[in-house]
Design a protein around this ligand. Sequence first.
Ligand code: N15
Length: 262
Amino acid sequence: WSLNDFELGKRLGRGKFGRVYCGREKRSGYIVAVKTLVKYEVAKEKVEHLVLREIEIQSHLKHPNILQLLTWFHDDFRIYLVLEYAGQGELYRHLKNSPGGYFNEHLAAKYLYQVADALNYCHKNQVIHRDIKPENLLLTSRGDVKLADFGWSVHTPSLKRKTMCGTLDYLPPEMVEGRSYSIHVDQWCLGVLCYEFVCGYPPFESNSSEETYQKIKTVQIKFPSQVQPGAIDLIKKLLIHDMTKRLTLPEVLKHEWVVTNM
Ligand SMILES: CC(C)CCNC(=O)Cn1cc(-c2ccc3c(-c4nc5ccccc5[nH]4)n[nH]c3c2)cn1
């Protein structure tokens, strides 16, 4: 494959190392997202190994709720990643545009199930910490979630959280306290994600990072009135300080609130 096989269209986002465009493969008309990484930038930041590791990981992951890396190629100046195109873009935008700024129980349960299923698949393939947060989730034209691990790179121009410290909101106690992380991080993040889906904001959001850290370490959670008891039960079983006591992903997939609402 080479760039000549594609026509590039509207820009979908830009990030530290390059840009993401909507693209069409000329012969088949197949619509894709083409992410360009500037070689010079990647080399300057000494992240070639990260890019190659990500490509290695992504090319082995194949799941309906994980954004597929279709192929990649490079020329003298750039690396081109051909990724699946998600027709409805960032899930974060849909969350913010929902009435009240939160998803109804059906959408929240459906999206949570799909993310949990994708994470469970990752764990089965020894991949953890897929850095789930609404900004890393895309929505296909059929309304299914795709986990797109922007990790070290892209942040699309639109509804990014105002402050970059938005990323603190998803940190589990073991990472805030500087201990090592494990697959249990993903269970914690799923709890934060579920809270944000049904409330419209993350559970430990505060004006300062110190306050956010404090709330995470002491697991202080309050729920607004509209949240159903089933959702509260699930969130409380994931946001547990002792990582070994958190609900496992297979148990999330069988949780009564998820199964009855999705
Ligand atoms: C090294 C490599 C294997 C890492 C692979 N992971 C990524 O590159 C993560 N990534 C995904 C994207 C991305 C960004 C946006 C889209 C979109 C998309 N569709 C949209 C529809 C409307 C508005 C915006 C949209 N963005 N579809 N697929 C995408 C894919 C950017 N970076």
